[in-house]
Design a protein around this ligand. Structure first.
Ligand SMILES: C[S@@+](CC[C@H](N)C(=O)[O-])C[C@H]1O[C@@H](n2cnc3c(N)ncnc32)[C@H](O)[C@@H]1O
Length: 243
């Protein structure tokens, strides 16, 4: 029976205290994207940045979150620190999958490698409902930078995962986080861990990675800084396990 743990706090404080080896780190950090100047970085909260409807979604108050106002260099340094702690916990041959957008793709590939992982590629998350932009290419993809702790040895029953995933951010009542990932995409990604493995997500948000892991028979350790989202994720896991 897969199990789950959800820590509340800053990943940089919680990760050094963890000791269980994990089979994969699958995470969706705050991207810190788009803030070229001090003004741009400090004038909008995450909620104002990602939502046009003022933070409410069908009556559900989507919580804000912090950690979205680093400049480019400090984002690389900070993410390297986080991933270095994650690397210490990743078993040899285990994987790291880190979401990012086009602006932070170079920073994220640098941070993954600075942390110690062997960089193995970039997969694509295609978002079919992205906004068209007049005269420009549509920004309809985000990316999953991935690597491993050293050599990856396929098991007796290797999985064959795609490098391209399509899925829209949940809408309506299903949307409980500003930057929520599609459950179906996360369910495919957690299959990189052989059953019954252990997945770590230091930026759990509303618990999509954890929900996907539990649904796919993997165990989960999460960390979330926001009290609002920690409760959302915890309630999702409790409901899932009780069902
Ligand atoms: C991009 S969201 C993750 C969303 C998640 N994938 C989902 O589907 O719900 C990033 C999350 O990281 C949390 N966060 C930001 N800084 C953090 C930190 N230093 N330690 C732990 N969590 C943090 C935010 O509160 C936010 O919920």
């Amino acid at each position: 029976m897969p199990s789950w743990q959800l820590h509340r706090g800053d990943a940089l404080t919680v990760l050094p205290a963890l000791t269980d080896p994990v089979d994969a780190v699958i995470c969706d950090p705050p991207y810190n994207s788009g803030g070229r100047t001090m003004h741009e970085r400090t004038s909008r909260t995450a909620r104002e940045k990602y939502l046009t409807e003022g933070g409410r979604n069908h009556g559900f108050d989507l919580g804000d979150f912090t950690g979205e106002n680093r400049d480019q260099r400090s984002y690389t340094a900070w993410l390297s620190l986080i991933l270095a702690h994650a690397y210490r916990l990743t078993r040899p041959g285990g994987a790291a999958l880190v979401f990012t957008d086009w602006r932070q793709l170079p920073a994220t590939t640098d941070a993954l490698q600075a942390a110690g992982y062997t960089w193995r590629g970039v997969a694509v998350w295609h978002k079919p409902i992205a906004r068209p932009q007049p005269g420009r290419l549509r920004q309809e993809c985000e990316f999953i930078v991935w690597g491993s702790n050293g050599a990856m040895v396929p098991g007796n029953q290797p999985v064959y995962l795609p490098g391209h995933f399509t899925g829209s951010q949940p809408r309506g009542n299903a949307r409980v986080h500003i930057t929520q990932k599609p459950l179906d995409v996360m369910q495919q990604l957690v299959r990189i861990v052989p059953e019954p493995g252990l997945v770590l997500d230091p930026f759990a948000g509303s618990g999509t990675t954890g929900t996907a892991a539990l649904l796919e028979g993997r165990s989960f350790i999460g960390i979330e800084q926001s009290a609002t989202y920690w409760r959302v994720a915890r309630d999702r896991f409790i409901e899932l396990v009780a069902a």
